[in-house]
Design a binder for this molecule. Structure first.
Ligand code: AHG
Ligand code: MN
Ligand code: MN
Length: 311
């Protein structure tokens, strides 16, 4: 006979237990867990902002930071005292910030809140994190050791990879991240596509590629939130997300360090690929924090097909 709650927790694979069983190094798994916890606070902020939209006032009558800024603050404060992070690079900060004592093992990159313009529409948004051991700028080396993202939608979910597969967790009502899918594996070819940028600004080769997908019967799935759009490709086990070079912005819109490389890391761990059209996203040298890149990310067949069209 089981004894209720303890029986329940005994059989539950939560994030900490999963990382321990997967053999993730102790400091890295503590860091990943601390970052995942931040998801709860960010989602509480989103909730608060939505209450304001519905006419509720901040009880203290204070000026509120934007959601992007407050998410950044929450994350930075958490990492500051984690004991594992020496540098913090965020989309919301102009420079890389030194935190901790300087002798900590990891450097963390963050897009604290991606897709914040979608908050008022009540669509899903997210947080994207990269974890590195070495300096993230100008090295041309692959420095990432883990990546994760959270989605704030009807449920809060979290996908992480520490280099041994990609795994999905769902935050339950008790506040635990519970394993939903272990070792997510993309099919070689999917059936959905998610193309960013105005069609009239696409370059001719990209247009031909998208027309080929349309002819092949791919279904359009674009929410305008990078995290949920990528998450859809991953959870549906295939398909393609792209934000291409545009006539007026040859490097596209999405940021290499904060957005593309962490997602490329996770996608590759799930058997997918990510390229700028020629070079793997993870092999691109990051020279500045705000560097952007075109991206084609998803299952192997579509990414290889994109490369053929863009040659
Ligand atoms: P922002 O950083 O302004 O919130 O932009 C969100 C990003 C990303 O989430 C999404 O994939 C892309 O912008 C959507 O851009 P378009 O509106 O140009 O499609
Ligand atoms: Mn973003
Ligand atoms: Mn952002």
């Amino acid at each position: 006979m089981g004894d209720g709650i303890s029986d329940y927790t005994k059989n539950m694979v939560d994030l900490r237990r999963h990382m321990w069983m997967a053999g993730v190094e102790v400091e890295l798994r503590r860091l990943i867990w601390q970052i995942a916890v931040v998801g709860k606070y960010i989602s509480a902020k989103i909730h608060e902002a939505n209450r304001k939209l519905a006419g509720f006032k901040n009880i203290y009558g204070e000026d509120q930071l934007s959601l992007d800024r407050s998410s950044d603050e929450i994350l930075k404060n958490q990492l500051q005292f984690s004991g594992f992070v020496r540098e913090y690079a965020s989309e919301e900060q102009e420079k890389i910030i030194s935190i901790g004592t300087g002798s900590e093992k990891y450097i963390v990159t963050a897009d604290p809140l991606d897709g914040s313009s979608l908050v008022e529409t009540n669509l899903a948004i997210g947080t994207i994190i990269g974890i590195h051991k070495e300096s993230v700028l100008d090295t041309g080396k692959k420095t990432m050791v883990a990546a994760l993202y959270m989605t704030y939608g009807p449920l809060i979910t979290m996908v992480y990879s520490a280099g041994c597969g990609a795994h999905e967790f769902v935050l339950n009502r008790e506040g635990e991240y519970v394993l939903a899918q272990e070792n997510i594996l993309l099919k070689a070819k999917g059936s959905i596509f998610s193309p960013g940028g105005l069609r009239r600004e696409w370059l001719p080769d990209h247009l031909k590629f998208i027309e080929a997908l349309e002819k092949d019967g791919y279904k359009l799935r674009y929410s305008g939130g990078f995290v949920p759009d990528i998450n859809q490709v991953l959870i549906k086990k295939g398909g393609l997300f792209t934000y291409p070079a545009l006539q007026k912005s040859p490097q596209g819109k999405l940021r290499l360090l904060f957005e593309l490389q962490p997602m490329a890391f996770i996608m590759e761990q799930a058997g997918g690929r990510a390229t700028d059209g020629r070079t793997d996203i993870l092999s691109l040298k990051v020279e500045s924090l705000d560097q952007c890149s075109p991206v084609y990310i998803g299952s192997a067949a579509e990414v290889e097909m994109a490369k053929q069209y863009l040659k």
